[in-house]
Design a protein around this ligand. Structure first.
Ligand SMILES: Cc1cc2nc3c(=O)[nH]c(=O)nc-3n(C[C@H](O)[C@H](O)[C@H](O)COP(=O)(O)OP(=O)(O)OC[C@H]3O[C@@H](n4cnc5c(N)ncnc54)[C@H](O)[C@@H]3O)c2cc1C
Length: 360
């Protein structure tokens, strides 16, 4: 008979670890599936530790002002994990920075450690199948491990969609970003022309946000009109820093090892002609894909595959005892701190559910 767990958490971003910290401090002994170290996950950007593990400095997670972060991380994280830490950021002379905002991988390793300190158990594997029609629920991992669970918290996040160009991968974190709110205020993007790719509401939102810092924002859109709502279109057209590059796509990201991204090559969708645009950054706003393929048919989702919450400000899903937290159920805020917040909520919801059922 498969092991029976109180709380199984699937996912290893801020939502998953925050849920684990709360559930473990409530003596629920949670088990986390953090994802597998596979080539496929590497290519999809879904390796353990979530989206922040893919980025450099995180300046907007409350409680982490710039400081001598590495010393603290080394003192907090188990020694056998030190080899996983990213290289320190460099100052303009190429020396290690002493004072910097916490880096994404450091922040995630701290969260994981905090959950483990309270007794969270971690399995480094993907969940590939669930059965929420029977109770206890059944959960199966890619290596064939089968678990039964009274409650399950889904915190598998979402992944940003990219164009898929080789040159784009080369300059990720060196000028290419998929989150203006996260990265737009970083020094490398200030007072420079920037490129936003997309034509929906989020493209206009990103462009409007970036216009606060950039010298100019070029919105590259494959069609000759925006998909964005009327009000968002007016916002874009009335901002004199935003310039539309209609009927174009990005053909190549330009740059070099020293400076990172320096521009993009555009290709016309009308006549195939090409031209180069100087830029300090390129922001993708072409949507996200929630990591819910393994849940198909088990939970109510919206058309894009985001898990629906049954009631506002509750992490309940369409199945009693299954809760959803973080970007997997949020196509709107998509921030580390909001994910951590809903992770906490999901653990509290799971705890109350178990208490109501008299399960300890
Ligand atoms: C480049 C970049 C920079 C960012 N910078 C910032 C920033 O500065 N500040 C900020 O607030 N936000 C930032 N964000 C957004 C932030 O990272 C996300 O909002 C946040 O990480 C979402 O957390 P989450 O817990 O919902 O899931 P995620 O971080 O998406 O993590 C979920 C993880 O769960 C695991 N998983 C998925 N499927 C399975 C499965 N079937 N089985 C087991 N495990 C699975 C995977 O490892 C996956 O990565 C950034 C995002 C990106 C891409």
């Amino acid at each position: 008979m498969a092991d029976l767990e109180n709380v199984v958490i699937i996912g290893s971003g801020p939502a998953g670890w925050s849920a684990a910290i709360y559930a473990s401090r409530a003596n629920l002994h949670p088990l986390v599936f953090e994802g597998a170290m596979t080539q496929e996950n590497q290519e999809n950007g879904t390796l353990p530790l979530g989206q922040l593990n893919l980025t450099t400095e995180v300046e907007n997670y409350a409680g982490f002002p710039a400081g001598a972060v590495r010393g603290f991380v080394l003192s907090a994280v188990d020694e056998d994990q030190h080899g996983m830490l990213p290289p320190l950021p460099k100052d303009e002379h190429g020396h290690d920075e002493n004072k910097y905002a916490v880096m994404g991988p450091e922040l995630m390793m701290l969260m994981r450690q905090q959950a483990k300190n309270f007794g969270t158990r971690v399995i480094t594997d993907d969940v590939v199948e669930v059965d929420f029609q029977t109770h206890p629920f059944r959960i199966k991992s890619s290596e064939g491990k089968e678990i039964r669970a009274h409650t399950c918290i889904i915190a598998t996040g979402a992944r940003a969609n990219y164009l898929g160009l080789e040159s784009e991968s080369r300059f990720k974190n060196r000028g290419v970003s998929a989150c203006a709110v996260c990265d737009g205020a970083l020094p490398r993007f200030r007072n420079k022309p920037l490129v936003v790719v997309g034509g929906g509401d989020s493209a206009v939102e990103e462009a409007t946000y970036l216009a606060k810092f950039a010298s100019k924002v070029h919105v590259v859109h494959r069609r000759d009109e925006l998909r964005a709502s009327k009000i968002m279109q007016e916002r874009a057209f009335s901002n004199n820093k935003i310039q539309m590059e209609w009927s174009h796509t990005v053909d190549e990201v330009l740059g070099d090892d020293e400076r990172g991204l320096t521009g993009v090559r555009l290709v016309s969708t009308k006549d195939g002609s090409k031209r180069d645009l100087e830029a300090g950054g390129m922001f993708l706003a072409i949507g996200h894909t929630p990591n819910t393929a393994f849940l198909k048919g088990q939970l109510d989702m919206n058309a894009q595959g985001y898990i629906k919450w049954k009631a506002p400000f509750r992490t309940y899903t369409s199945v009693d005892g299954v809760f959803a937290a973080g970007d997997v159920s949020d196509d709107y805020y998509r921030q580390a701190i909001t994910s951590a917040g809903t992770g906490c909520m999901a653990a509290l919801d799971a705890e109350r559910y178990l208490a109501d059922k008299g399960i300890e």
